[in-house]
Design a protein around this ligand. Structure first.
Ligand code: GAR
Length: 215
């Protein structure tokens, strides 16, 4: 049985595309049940439509956060979903929304962030890391909790900032890495190899990746 996913995205959708391509190429044992955007005319909607995936636009403007999330949940209730995948979804979620997905120590919303968390959280990961002058940066796949990019980390990959990098070349190298690691990270979930372990001292939840499926 493939891993059942819904994707939420606000814009371009290159990560959503990488996930759909990985599925087509047999690298990711998953099915994308639907794609939801909060932005009308977001390119991700046309892209997903071309893959034959049902798409929905729920424009957030003029709606309270709660009302917007209720409408999102209303769409999602028609689909069986194992994980909600955020792929460039640029809005925070309320604890009520998160609690519709999370059980104690089991996270079911996952995100990709364009920096090596916990460095440079927020909406401008590449810009912030580049302007800071890092020599090494990276990308992070993490589960979503109530903080801003603070949830348990599933996978990270680093890349160097080259001396002749511009922000554009820096970003495009990072984005290429995102497209590789997001499908890889999701495949760990498809293979049931991910376990959440509360850390006894900090109470923080760590993610352990097993060599074989977790029973
Ligand atoms: C990606 O770089 C992703 O890491 C970032 O938005 C971009 C979306 O691109 N996400 C965040 O910054 C979340 N805080 P895409 O629409 O082409 O996948």
């Amino acid at each position: 049985m493939p891993l059942l996913l819904a994707i939420m995205a606000s814009g371009r959708g290159s990560n959503a595309k990488a996930i759909l391509e990985a599925i087509e190429q047999g690298k990711l044992d998953a099915k994308v049940q639907c794609v939801i955007s909060n932005m009308p005319h977001a390119p991700v909607l046309t892209m997903a439509d071309n893959f034959g995936v049902p798409t929905f636009c729920i424009f957030h403007q003029g709606l309270s956060r709660e009302n917007h999330e209720t409408q999102v949940l209303n769409v999602l209730k028609d689909y069986q979903i194992d994980y909600l995948v955020l792929a460039g979804y640029m809005r925070l979620m309320t604890p009520t929304f998160l609690s519709a997905f999370h059980a104690k120590n089991h996270y079911r919303i996952i995100n990709i962030h364009p920096a090596l968390l916990p460095a440079f959280p927020g909406a401008h990961g590449y810009e912030d890391a580049f302007q800071y002058g890092v020599k090494i940066s990276g990308v992070t796949v993490h589960f979503v909790d109530e903080g801003i990019d603070t949830g348990p980390i599933l996978m990270q990959e680093s890349f160097p900032r080259l001396d002749d990098d511009t922000l554009e070349t820096f970003k495009s190298r990072g984005l290429a890495l995102e497209h590789v690691i997001y499908p890889k990270a999701l495949q760990l979930l498809a293979q049931n190899r991910v376990r959440f372990i509360p850390h006894s001292k900090t109470g923080r939840v760590h993610v352990e990746v097993k060599a074989h499926a977790v029973c």
